[in-house]
Every structure is written in structure tokens, then in C-alpha cells.
Design a protein. Structure first.
Length: 338
């Protein structure tokens, strides 16, 4: 099974966890300063060792993937937006079948190692990322400074080169108008928080991403420990809000079942409306209000209603209008699955 269709720890609040390690090869300029020969050198070095890394990893030139496939990987949080948009030769990924491991080649940095999982499990995916990182480093020397640590194209990642992030779902705090409270808590504790969908700091919807903003002068383990402490506070606040809402269960059930009725009977659904409805029915699924759903169906709904993955599932390119029709069809198909 792909990582995004698996059940995860604390999945009522935490959608997924992600570790990203940025690395560059010693003696070669950062990709933005590389000439074609230097990009080719990085490309060939990583291609040569890719199969020896294990984990079922395969080397894929990005030019071999069509635009819809590349965007589908972005929607799964496997591929970064920047590399997906890069043009030219010598851009690649090393990826496994489950898509929980993806190594970007010649993006912002020479190497960006990403490990993902459903739910909350930062410690285990960090250990896996370090294990793979050490295999790469055993054959390819990294750009490293004794004082500053790993050198990266973006100064904010100098040090550990680690970006740890989790996506959270906090509809309870949204309904009770307490979202700003949790945003302030996260910011005051030195982490970044942003809307997962929408424009930067406008905080649209009930899905947010929390990540570290310090990589220098701190260890990988300390970063994860701090992030886990924040997630614990978020979980407590969100679950408290849900308990408060459950006291007036008729109002909450009415709201959720109305949204469930719309999403199961609509004949056209645009992406933004679908996201808002899915947020509501996920809350209903997590609270045991909606019996027609389970975690696997929710995971499929979250992935296969996104534009590129919808088109991959259908097997052809679709206009926005055609997508809205097929999105409604796919929603009904997944909900009605045995």
C-alpha cells in the first residue's frame, strides 16, 4: 500500500508526518550555480548508487514523467513544487513503490531526501531518513562545515539541513473560533504554521502544516522533540474543542450530515468545495457520527479528488469542468466501496 492510504497514529488530528534532509556534494556548486556538466556529474553519481541504497528505490529522470504524473507526486507531498517546475536536463528522483521515500536530485540542493508516513511518527521516519542519508554519505562526500554543519542553498536550512513537518486537521478549533489561539501557541514556541491549502498566511480551511524554523545550533533529535511537544498541545486543544461541540450533538450531527448529503449527491464538485466538505465528513468519521466511512476511504477521498490524481485515476486529461463531474463520481464510488 502507498503511504497515504495507510492508517497512522493520532490520525484524527495528524494527517501525515514528513522529514526532509537537504544535502549538497562537496566541491560542486549549488544547483542554481551549476553548469550543465556539473549537474550531469551530480545526476550520474546519484544514479550510480541509487539501486545499492535498497528499500526498493528506483531512479527516474523527471523528463520521463508527464506533467500530470509530476503534479500528482506534488499533491501526495512526495515531490516539491520547485523541482516539479524545473526545466532542462539532469533532474531526477529516486523513489520506492510505496512513495514514502523520495530523493530529489538537482532541485534547490543536489540532494533532498524525504521520508513520509501517515499520522504522527516523526521519530521513526527520522531514523529511516538518517539511515538512508548515512548510506549516501558513505560513498558521496557532503558539503559540510565544522562550525555551521551541512551547507545548503537556502541559508535557513544550514546546520542539520532538516525540515520536519506535520499536517494537522483542526476543524473543532475552527468551528469554535479558536484557530488563532493555536496559531499563536505554535508561533510563540518557535515553529512555523501555515495553511496547507490557500494563500500563505491567510489560514484558509481546517488543514495546517507545522514545521521547524531552526536548523542551526540544534540537533535533529531536539528538533523532533520540540515539534512533538507542540503537536501534543495541538492535539489536546483540538480534542477539547471536539468534546465541547459534542455536548450539543444534534447541531454537530446536523452540520456533518448536511455536508455528507451534499458530497454524496452532488453531480459536480470543484476542488475547494470538496476540500471543505471532506474536512467536515472526516470530523464525522473520526467522531463515529458517519458509519459509511472508514480511515482508508477518507485517505482515498483526500488524494483522488485532487486534480492530477483524479486524472491519473481516470486515465486521461480533463478540463476543469470535466474534473468537477468526475470528482463527484469518484467520491460516490469510494464511499460505496465494500
Amino acid at each position: 500500500m502507498s503511504w497515504y492510504t495507510q492508517s497512522g497514529n493520532e490520525s484524527d488530528v495528524v494527517i501525515y508526518s514528513k522529514i526532509r534532509l537537504s544535502r549538497n556534494i562537496k566541491g560542486i556548486p549549488f544547483p542554481a550555480k551549476c553548469n550543465e556538466k556539473e549537474l550531469e556529474e551530480v545526476y550520474n553519481k546519484m544514479k550510480e548508487i541509487s539501486y545499492s541504497l535498497g528499500y526498493g528505490l528506483k531512479f527516474i529522470d523527471l523528463n520521463e514523467l508527464d506533467a500530470v504524473t509530476r503534479q500528482s507526486l506534488v499533491e501526495k507531498h512526495v515531490l516539491g513544487n520547485r523541482l516539479e517546475k524545473e526545466k532542462g536536463k539532469y533532474r531526477a528522483i529516486i523513489i520506492n513503490e510505496e512513495e514514502n521515500i523520495c530523493i530529489e536530485i538537482n532541485g534547490e540542493d543536489h540532494i533532498a531526501l524525504q521520508v513520509l508516513c501517515s499520522g504522527l511518527d516523526l521519530n521513526n521516519i527520522l531514523n529511516l531518513a538518517i539511515e538512508i542519508d548515512e548510506k549516501i554519505q558513505s560513498t558521496i562526500p557532503y558539503a559540510y562545515h565544522e562550525k555551521y554543519g551541512y551547507l545548503t542553498a537556502c541559508p535557513i536550512y544550514v546546520g542539520t539541513g532538516l525540515k520536519a513537518s506535520i499536517q494537522i486537521h483542526i476543524p473543532g478549533l475552527s468551528i469554535t473560533n479558536n484557530t488563532r489561539k493555536i496559531i499563536n501557541i505554535v508561533n510563540n514556541l518557535g515553529m512555523n504554521i501555515r495553511s496547507s491549502y490557500g494563500d500563505g498566511q491567510n489560514y484558509q480551511g481546517d488543514f495546517y502544516q507545522i514545521s521547524n524554523n531552526q536548523t542551526l545550533g540544534i540537533t535533529e533529535e531536539e528538533i523532533i522533540k520540540n515539534l512533538n511537544l507542540i503537536i501534543q498541545k495541538v492535539k489536546e486543544q483540538e480534542r477539547t474543542a471536539r468534546k465541547f461541540l459534542a455536548k450539543n450533538s444534534i447541531d454537530l450531527e446536523d452540520r456533518i450530515y448536511r455536508d455528507f448529503g451534499v458530497i454524496t449527491n452532488a453531480r459536480k464538485l470543484d476542488q475547494q468545495e470538496t476540500l471543505e466538505l471532506l474536512s467536515s465528513i472526516k470530523l464525522g468519521n473520526d467522531l463515529g457520527i458517519i458509519n459509511e466511512l472508514n480511515d482508508l476511504k477518507m485517505s482515498k477521498l483526500m488524494i483522488y479528488t485532487k486534480p492530477a490524481n483524479l486524472q491519473k485515476r481516470i486515465g486521461k486529461k480533463l478540463s476543469s469542468y470535466e474534473q468537477s463531474i468526475e470528482r463527484a463520481n469518484i467520491v460516490r464510488q469510494i464511499i460505496e466501496e465494500d
